[in-house]
Structure formats: C-alpha cells, structure tokens
Design a protein around this ligand. Structure first.
Ligand code: URP
Ligand code: ZN
Ligand code: ZN
Length: 588
C-alpha cells in the first residue's frame, strides 16, 4: 500500500478536544480501500500524525493494542433521517441517539437530509436542521438538501447553498406524490442546475403517480395490512423510475446518485447505465442487503409493519444476495442505511390502512456488522472492498476525501479497531436506537468494533460506548468532487461536439402541404426531413399570430399532413416548392 500524505484543512485544534489528545494504536493491520499494511498509528489533536513501524512513541501516551485486529476507516453513512418530521409524526432516533447508535456500530460520520416542505425556503430548512443537529451530534455530520418544489427562488437558494454553505448534493423525490414529489420537467431543470453548480443529483426513484393509483386499488381490494405496501409499489415501479432518472440526467450530463436501491431490477438498470457510460451511483442499504420483503406477509402485524419502508423490501428472498454480488463487483458502489426509525406506537397509525404506516427502518448501528457478515464473512468481498463500500467511496463521492474515508497521514482520526472474528447477535433489547424493534433481530454477525475513535477521541473503548453529545461537527463540502466530475469533462466535450447543425445548401425537392382557409391566407411547410422550417424571407403570407398558426395542418415530414384540420372543408391543400435558399414559412 502506497503511503499517503495530505494537508488536512478540517477541524482546528480546539475543535478536536477529546479526553486524550494523543493516541497510539499498535500491532494492527491497517485496511484501506486500496490495500492493507501492518503498521502503527500516531494520532495527535484528532489527526493522524504518523503511520509506520518504527514510530517513536511519546511518553505518557495512551496505547491501544490492536494485535490480531483490523484497523479500518470509520464508517460513513451517507443516508439517514434523524428526527425527521414525516407522515404526521417524527422519527425517534434524534441526532444524539442516532449518532450514538452509529458510533456503537463503527460509523463515525453521517450525512442526513434537510427536507423542506413544499414552498418552504431551502435556507430556512437548512438552518432548522443545523439547530437540531449541532448541539446533539456525537460524531461529525453533513447534510444533503432535498428539492421538493421548483421555482426561480429555489434555483437561487440552491446556488447559495453550494457557494456559501458547503453543500454539494441535492435529493429529489420521484415518489410521495403531492407531498415531496417533483415532476419530470422539473427534474430535468433541477438536474441541469445541479450540473451547473457542480453538485450531485440524488433521487428517490419510484413512480409516484403509479403508486398513488395502485395503493387506492390495493386498498379497495380489501388489503389493509403491510403487505399492501409492497403490492402497491412492486419492483417495476422502482426500476422504471430509476431508468427514467438515468435518462433525464444523461440528457444534461448530470451525475446521478440513486438512493436506497431495493430491487434486482433497479440495480440492473444502474449496472446497465454504468456500462453505457452514464455517471450514476447506486446505494443499496443495510436493509436491502440483509433482509427481504417476505416479512410483509408475517402473521404478526407488528413485525410486518416494522419492515415498512419505501421503496419496500422485495419478496424475492434472493434479492439481498444478488445486491451484495453487484456491490462486490462495483455494479453498485456504496452502502447506507436510510435510518428512519419509528416505534410500534407510531407504526400503529397505519393499523387499518397500510398507506398510513410511517415509512422507515433502522440500520445505523448494524450496517457495518451486517455487511461484514453478508459480504466478507460469506466470502463475497475482501476487507478492502468492505472499506470502500462502507466508507471510502462515500467520502469520494461527497468530496470528503481524504479528510474522511481513509487512514492516511493528515486525515481525521476516525478509526475503528475491528475484530473480524468476534460475533454479536442483534436485538432491539440491546441496541442503542430509540425504537422498540430491529429489522435484523436475532441475526448473528461476525465483525465487532472493539474501539471506535472519532476525531481522536475514543468513543467505544474495549466495546464500551462512551459517546459525547455535541462532540461532532458539521462538515461542509465543496462542489465538483473530482471522483464525480472528472469523468464528465470528456462526456461534456462529446456532447458539445455532437451539437453542430448540418450545413445544407438548401432544399431542392418538392415541398409538402399548404393549407389555406377561406378567411386566412397562410400555409405550412416542412423542409422535407421533419425539421421545423425557419421563419422569414421567401415565405408566403403568414398572419404572424399563434392562434392563426394553430389552425395549420402539420406535416410528419413524409408529406402527409397530420394536423387535425387537414380534412376541413374550408381549407385546401396545395403543393409548394422550396423557396430560394431552402427557407420556408413560419410554422410553429
Ligand atoms: N425510506 C423511507 O421509507 N423513509 C424515509 C424517507 C425516504 O427516504 O423515502
Ligand atoms: Zn427515500
Ligand atoms: Zn431516505
């Protein structure tokens, strides 16, 4: 593994205060996304100061013995919803409980979502989220902003958030019709704007229109329980939206990030689009990688409702393994959790109508362990790939690298001493979430964090959780992340090069239809290949007003008039010849 060095521009000395401001980790195997190395680590003031075999150990320094263990970059979870106001209630893991649970499981940074209501200022919503999070977070955090409505003001606010507040990612919902969903033409414009700003566009990809109709139909058929949730949003509905988002984003060469990939077919769309050369990233979550939608048919309503999230888990039990295979071979790129927890009491809001069950599940505490178990322990990926999909790739995509996501000199000391042999059994009885169920209940996982170090502070100490409320900091992020944007330069050039009009000497063939009405003298033509003719010289009389033009029969380019008026008695169709220079009359 090449030794790394970089200048850290992050946390100041005073910000990094922990109980120990120096720490020495000895005897472990450092695992980074690009390789492993047996070496010791010296940490000072929250930053990795030295990595090597023969470090002079300062006297009085605390030493952690990592013999036989792996030393990995702390996990980064780029998709959480802590204390989110949603579906008439609020998710119960707040920024304190949620980040504490994260640390307990080996995650040292989260990226949550600011989700403004329709018509709410993005900036006001951002301030609100900072007000909730700053005083509570136990580890570093950052924020994406959701664009839930579209206007010139929103456009300007996005620009301000990128230029002045450290944002580089915006999420759009293609579901939750009438609440959070934006329409296709808005998505197109938002993608275009993201591209201009150097931001990453994220999508919740499900077809909200179809879901709205399906859920009425499923409910009317007498299905009121949690299985109705999956039946009204089958995987096609996710795959269609995923494909549509890719198509829309690629029109403007905007990089795209698909959150919570839940199905084989949506994952296949992403893999295929990447093959085609689209810059698109797919994020399966702990839930989709480790459990499945058969749970919605469980006899126990409480159990089934605890698994309700959108898009839903898939009933095909081979889905998690399939997604893990795609993740292992980089058809999918990184993992998150979409942690958005509700208690049974809250889930009961939908006890007579599945449409009212608050959507969301846990994952923040267990992601690292379940991915280790299903990915590494089951032999699908090695430890370096595990580091990539749980930390490094998120750091690169969201432009946090190399401050985060790597064990390197100059990086933040966000480090986990990981015991790959130790096991633990997941249970709501012992987890650190505020909710009373756990979708991974009873699962025994290899891979347990012995020590979790956040910015140099030991927050899990020999398995004991010692997280400190308010210790984490907001991390701002710059636009144009090289990992995302560098490969787009060439695509932009290609697109530009393809946008050259064909220089033609003029049209010398026979022209097509002309309609005249008894009251108006006007006509329409095409240039013979279906292009819109240009306005102007050489044209015969037009009345220059749109209403008049709307009466004009349209040609499909084959000479056959297709307009609604072509058979009208008051109009006649005559043949025209091309005007000199190929110009034809005003048309549209
Ligand atoms: N996923 C989910 O069901 N709840 C959180 C909101 C979202 O990400 O769609
Ligand atoms: Zn979502
Ligand atoms: Zn989400």
């Amino acid at each position: 593994m090449a030794s790394r060095q970089h200048i850290n521009t992050g946390r100041s000395q005073s910000q990094s205060q922990g109980s120990e401001n120096r720490l020495f980790i000895k005897g472990g195997k450092i695992v980074n996304a690009d390789g492993t190395e047996d070496a010791d680590i010296l940490i000072e003031e929250g930053i990795i100061k030295e990595i090597g075999k023969n470090i002079t150990i300062p006297s009085g320094i605390r030493t952690i013995d990592a013999g036989g263990k792996l030393i990995i970059p702390g996990g980064i979870d780029p998709h959480t919803h802590l204390q989110l106001p949603f579906m008439g209630t609020k998710s119960v893991d707040d920024f304190y409980i949620g980040t504490k649970a994260a640390i307990a499981g080996g995650t040292t940074m989260i990226i949550d979502f600011v989700i403004p209501e329709k018509r709410e200022s993005l900036h006001d919503a951002y301030k609100k989220w900072r007000g909730w999070a700053d005083k509570k977070v136990c580890c570093d955090y950052s924020l994406h902003v959701a664009v839930t409505w579209w206007s010139p003001e929103v456009k300007e606010e996005m620009e301000n958030l990128v230029r002045c507040q450290g944002f580089n990612s915006f999420k759009m919902f293609m579901a939750y019709k009438d609440v959070l969903m934006v329409k296709d033409h808005e998505l197109y414009e938002i993608f275009e704007h993201c591209k201009k700003l150097g931001a990453l566009a994220q999508v919740h990809a499900e077809n909200g229109d179809i879901i709205a109709e399906n859920s009425k139909r499923v409910f009317s058929a007498g299905i009121t329980g949690p299985e109705g949730h999956e039946l009204s949003r089958p995987e096609d509905v996710e795959a269609e939206a995923t494909h549509r988002a890719c198509v829309l984003a690629s029109q403007v060469n905007c990089p795209l990030y698909v959150v919570h990939v839940m199905s084989k077919s949506a994952a296949n769309v992403i893999a295929a689009k990447r093959q085609e050369g689209c810059v698109v990233f797919g994020e399966p979550i702990a839930a989709s990688l480790a459990t499945d939608g058969t749970n919605y048919w469980n006899q126990c309503w409480r159990h089934a409702a605890a698994h309700v999230l959108s898009p839903p888990l898939r009933p095909d039990p081979t889905t998690p393994g399939y997604l893990m295979d795609l993740l292992a071979q980089d058809d999918l790129q990184l993992t998150a959790t979409d942690n958005c927890t509700f208690t049974h009491e809250q889930k009961k809001m939908g006890c007579r109508d599945f449409r009212k069950i608050p959507n969301g599940v846990n994952g923040l505490e267990d992601r690292m362990s379940v991915i280790w178990e299903k990915g590494v322990h089951e032999g699908k990926m090695d430890a370096s790939r595990f580091v990539a999909v749980t930390s490094t790739t998120a750091a690169k995509i969201f432009n946090l690298y190399p401050k985060k996501g790597v064990i390197a000199v100059g990086s933040d000391a966000d480090i986990v001493v990981w015991d790959p042999e130790k096991t633990r059994t997941i249970s709501a009885k012992t987890h650190h979430h505020a909710t009373d169920s756990n979708i991974f209940e009873g699962m025994t996982c290899h891979g347990v964090p012995d020590y979790v170090i956040c910015n140099g502070r030991v927050c899990v100490d020999q398995g004991q959780l010692k997280a400190v409320q308010g210790f984490g900091k907001f991390v701002s992020r710059k636009p144009f992340a090289p990992f995302v944007y560098d490969s787009l330069k060439e695509k932009d050039e290609k697109k530009k090069a393809s946008m050259i009009p064909v220089q033609r000497s003029g049209f010398d063939g026979e022209m097509v239809s002309k309609t005249t009405s008894s009251k108006q003298s006007q006509h329409s033509t095409t240039n013979g290949d279906g292009n819109k003719p240009s306005n102007g010289e050489g044209s015969q009389a037009t009345n220059g007003n749109n209403e008049g033009q709307a009466n004009v029969g349209r040609s499909n380019g084959s000479g056959i008039p297709t307009g609604p008026d072509s058979s009208s008695n008051s109009r006649s169709t005559v043949k025209l010849h091309a005007p000199p220079g190929g110009h034809s009359s005003g048309f549209w």
